[in-house]
Design a protein around this ligand. Structure first.
Ligand code: NAD
Length: 424
């Protein structure tokens, strides 16, 4: 059993230990079979590869990449690939475990996987990124494929990176295999609505939560940490739903304007200047301050471990919708629950991305493509049903929404393991 002290190493929270701790808490509450708990505490497979890339100046640089399969009982592995200088195996293990729960919460037939490469894409040319991606994809051929494990975009990877992976895999097979990755460009088997899906799914559950708590979306104030795929599109969709976007941030810092800001203008400013910082009429704030700003809805949409026991007590939002994976530590969860702040946990709140990834894979396998309206309608149904299933468990057991989501997810995975039995 992982304790709160163990999750800290050199003062830094280890998110793999957080992920294990979250499972331990729920396993105890659910009286989960000991053997099944042991299976779920560890990833099934951890793949580490050190691979060379020829850089633009002719030098050779060796990069380290990871792909982890946490549990494949309910179907092939599913999860993004992250390019970031601080990627670690433990981080990828945690993210893979969360994918197992996420797929189970929304009831899609996948197991949990995740990948990452330790690199700084901001300092690489497009050619270097392509070479890195193609070599990493070649190394992954052993363990990925439409029936085995289907990667997708995550932090600092995008549809272009997915296109390179799809092409590399296809070249090695000798035929086009669209279903090997999701989050691809539309022209090569991507799905309508995939790019917006994480944010759209997040907004569907925010709307349900607001309705449940009696918060009017029209005029509700919103702060968003992280202004990439998840954060900036959530800002746009929330503004369309009538909310007021009063603060946003990216890796360079944050901006605040209590009168509200136009999310599209912020995107245009970021495209021109490289950051949200310096947006007209806004006051500069830090990435820590943005979390504590008085608002109705707080959307962490950047990295993990940002809401901890140190700042949880200072958060004033009424709803926290975790577009990011793992932004809240278990200690912070307890404080937020006591303060009656509704946390929509990552495994529910950002599951829209993997849900539409599932739709994309289904469309690729059938070579039959759906209209965006159909994609969004199916996504809406799954997100709303999942929200209410989690809420029901939360109310029945008087637990916070994360514990309730875990109870639902872990229960589903445990049931699948029991039904399949232990091989041989
Ligand atoms: P992205 O690369 O498009 O955007 C990341 C954003 O975070 C950027 O604006 C970046 O500037 C900002 N950022 C980076 N470091 C920061 C820091 N220290 N403080 C504040 N901001 C910082 O990535 P994304 O796809 O939007 O992913 C964001 C989060 O959402 C991640 O936790 C990811 O795992 C999660 N997520 C994404 C998807 C998806 O489909 N894109 C699905 C599920 C979960």
């Amino acid at each position: 059993m992982v304790t709160a002290e163990k999750t800290k190493e050199k003062g830094k929270t280890n998110i793999w230990h957080v992920a294990q701790q979250q499972l331990d808490i729920v396993a105890e509450k659910m009286n989960l079979d000991r053997g099944i708990h042991e299976i779920l505490r560890q990833p099934k497979r951890e793949f580490t590869v050190n691979f060379p890339v020829k850089m633009r100046d002719g030098s050779i640089k060796v990069f380290t990449g990871y792909r982890v399969h946490h549990n494949l009982t309910r179907g092939p592995g599913k999860g993004g690939i992250r390019y970031h200088p601080e990627v670690t195996l433990d981080e990828v293990k945690a993210l893979a475990m969360w994918m197992t729960w996420k797929c189970a919460v929304v009831g899609i037939p996948y197991g949990g996987a995740k990948g990452g490469v330790v690199c700084n894409p901001k300092e690489m040319t497009l050619g270097e990124l392509e070479a890195l991606t193609r070599r990493f994809a070649s190394e992954l051929i052993l363990i990925i494929g439409p029936e085995k494990d289907i990667p997708a975009p995550d932090v600092y990877t995008n549809p272009q990176v997915m296109a390179w992976i799809m092409d590399t895999f296809s070249m090695n097979k000798g035929y086009s295999v669209a279903g090997v990755v999701t989050g691809k460009p539309l022209q090569i088997g991507g799905s309508e609505g995939r790019n917006e899906a994480t944010a759209r799914g997040c907004v569907y559950v925010i709307e349900e939560a607001a309705n449940h708590l009696g918060i009017d979306m029209r005029g509700a104030t919103v702060a968003i940490q992280g202004y990439g795929n998840a954060g900036s599109i959530a800002a746009k969709l929330l503004a369309e739903a009538g909310c007021k976007i009063i603060a946003v941030s990216d890796s360079r810092g944050g901006i605040h304007n209590p009168k509200g800001m136009d999310p599209n203008d912020i995107i245009a400013h970021k495209q021109k200047s490289g950051s949200v910082v310096g947006f007209h009429g806004s006051k500069e704030i830090s990435n820590e301050e943005i979390l504590e700003i008085p608002c109705d809805i707080l959307v962490p949409a950047a990295l993990e471990n940002v809401i901890t026991e140190k700042n949880a007590g200072k958060i004033k939002a009424r709803i926290i919708a975790e577009a990011a994976n793992g932004p809240t530590t278990p200690e912070a969860d307890d404080i937020l629950f006591k303060n009656k702040i509704m946390v929509l946990p990552d495994i529910l709140a950002n599951a829209g991305g993997v849900t539409v990834s599932y739709f994309e894979w289904v469309q690729d396998l059938q070579s039959l493509f759906w209209k965006e309206k159909e994609v969004n309608a199916k996504l809406k149904e799954i997100m709303i049903d999942s929200f209410h299933s989690v809420l029901k468990i939360s109310q029945k057991h008087k637990e916070n929404m994360r514990t309730a989501a875990y109870m639902l997810a872990v229960g589903r995975v445990a049931e699948a393991i029991k039904l399949r039995g232990i091989y041989p």
